[in-house]
Write a protein that binds this ligand. Structure first.
Ligand SMILES: Cc1ncc(COP(=O)(O)O)c(C=O)c1O
Length: 454
């Protein structure tokens, strides 16, 4: 602890940096070193050094400072093409002007809720969400993040069915609070805090038969089958086309709810407004977050069919959140949805995804020992490498060439490409050209095994 007068002085200095930018007495380099120190000592030690692309490039002190669209900048003005999209928050790019303006106007009127008076902006967003979600989904609960959305969906599923168990997929990622973590595929994240929720059954992703036989035998215990339509953190894994329709039918037969976790896939990312639209499936509950706040505000939502929401009528306070659905987040979400619909961003994702993927496949043919597979849908793309090491090398090569990418949380050898859905074509081509160079470097370093195919 420090003397409050020193803390006051420090806070004044920090505030002036927030308000005015870097003061003349510090250099971008010194500022970067200070940030590393701050985060290493006072955030989570070690995390600063554990970022594949950045640390491998020997530049773990790289800072983010400003950006717009698909370009992010450090305080010294170095630029990167953003192919990571904040793990899927920047469907509209960084600081989309219409979202920023909506938030500014709302900020000047009413930033956070009184909690007792009714918020018209929240009402409008709920109506808009009901209008754009599949089938008869018509109710919403608003929250702040993806994990919260899944956590709430699990609670609602238990209340609505009176059952306790869940079915989830191997290699799934639904968040890291205790409920959502119970569905986590990667044991490394689960085991240090076990016991988690009892009654969770894991099935291989993409295997509809496994869901059918499990629900056939144990359906009476299962409140919900919780699935990502396309697994994001596992490395952009697309299931067979009959997977979701068969999961839907099996849930119907067992009286089990189907929860689609569209936290990462929602709002156009995969080339359809909702990934479940690829298969015309209506889930009972749909979770969305990440890009919902337009890349400006944190926002999430649990969306469900009226018959599911009836379970909350007796006690609407069963699930609440002080900040969930606050006016700023709702204003941002309305603006984000408006831009998504007007620009038909899902169609852009489909077209640009094809452009990207076609380029990546050519590179995979050229460097088969380095880039072994390209998968995904729309602009949720995974580049698969033979091992983590190779993935790190290529990510670092891209970072050095001004392209930001990163791994996924479940599959270390997969590097994700998840740019803004409105990324200009010339930036896609620039990324592909720089990737070709990075792959050539990695192939050269790896010798014959990784040299280009002739
Ligand atoms: C499918 C899915 N669900 C849930 C989450 C957790 O979201 P958040 O980090 O906003 O809590 C993520 C995050 O990557 C995700 O990809």
């Amino acid at each position: 602890m420090i003397d409050p007068r020193d803390a006051l002085e420090e806070s004044a200095e920090m505030l002036s940096i927030v308000m005015e930018g870097l003061p003349a007495w510090t250099s971008p380099d010194a500022f970067a070193q200070a940030t590393v120190r701050d985060l290493d000592r006072h955030f989570t030690p070690g995390l600063v050094r554990y970022r594949k692309s950045v640390t491998e490039a020997g530049d773990f002190a790289a800072l983010e400072w400003s950006g717009e669209g698909s370009v992010v900048r450090d305080p010294a003005g170095r630029e990167w093409i953003d192919c990571l999209g904040g793990y899927g928050i920047y469907n509209l790019g960084i600081r989309h002007p219409e979202v920023v303006e909506a938030v500014r106007r709302q900020l000047d009127r009413n930033p956070l809720p009184t909690q007792e008076l009714l918020d018209p902006v929240k009402g409008m967003l709920c109506r808009l969400l009901a209008g754009i979600t599949p089938g008869d989904i018509e109710n919403a609960f608003l929250c702040n993040s993806g994990t919260e959305a899944v956590e709430g969906a699990m609670k609602i599923a238990r209340v609505a069915t009176g059952r306790r168990g869940f079915v989830c997929a191997e290699r799934a990622f639904h968040g890291k609070t205790l409920g959502a973590l119970s569905l986590m595929g990667k044991a490394q994240f689960r085991e240090p805090v076990e016991p988690l929720l009892a009654g969770v059954r894991r099935v291989p992703f993409g295997d509809a038969g496994a869901i059918e036989s499990l629900l056939d035998q144990e359906g009476d215990d299962i409140a919900a089958v919780v699935l990502e339509p396309i697994q994001g953190e596992a490395g952009a894994i697309v299931p067979p086309d009959d997977y979701f329709p068969r999961a839907r039918a099996a849930c119907d037969a067992a009286g089990t709810l189907l929860v689609a976790d569209e936290v990462q896939t929602g709002l156009g990312r995969t080339g359809a407004l909702w990934a479940v639209d690829h298969w015309n499936v209506v889930p009972d509950i749909l979770c969305v977050a990440k890009s919902l706040g337009g890349g400006v505000m944190p926002a999430g939502a649990i969306l469900g069919r009226g018959q599911v929401w009836k379970a909350l009528e007796a006690n609407p306070f069963l699930h609440t959140s002080t900040f969930g659905g606050n006016p700023l987040a709702c204003a941002a979400s309305i603006a984000a949805i408006h831009v998504t619909l007007r620009e038909r961003l899902w169609e852009q994702a489909a077209r640009k995804g094809e452009r990207f993927t076609a380029g990546l496949r050519l590179l995979a043919e050229r460097y088969p020992g380095v880039l072994t597979q390209v998968r995904g849908r729309g602009l949720l793309i995974g580049m698969v490498f033979p091992d983590d090491r190779t993935g790190y090398e290529v990510a670092a090569g891209l970072f050095r060439r001004g392209v930001l990418v990163a791994g996924t949380q479940v599959s270390a050898a997969t590097i994700r490409i998840e740019p803004a859905l409105n990324i200009p074509d010339d930036l896609i081509d620039a990324v592909l050209a720089r990737l070709a160079e990075a792959l050539a470097d990695t192939a050269a370093a790896g010798g014959a095994l990784r040299s280009p195919a002739r």
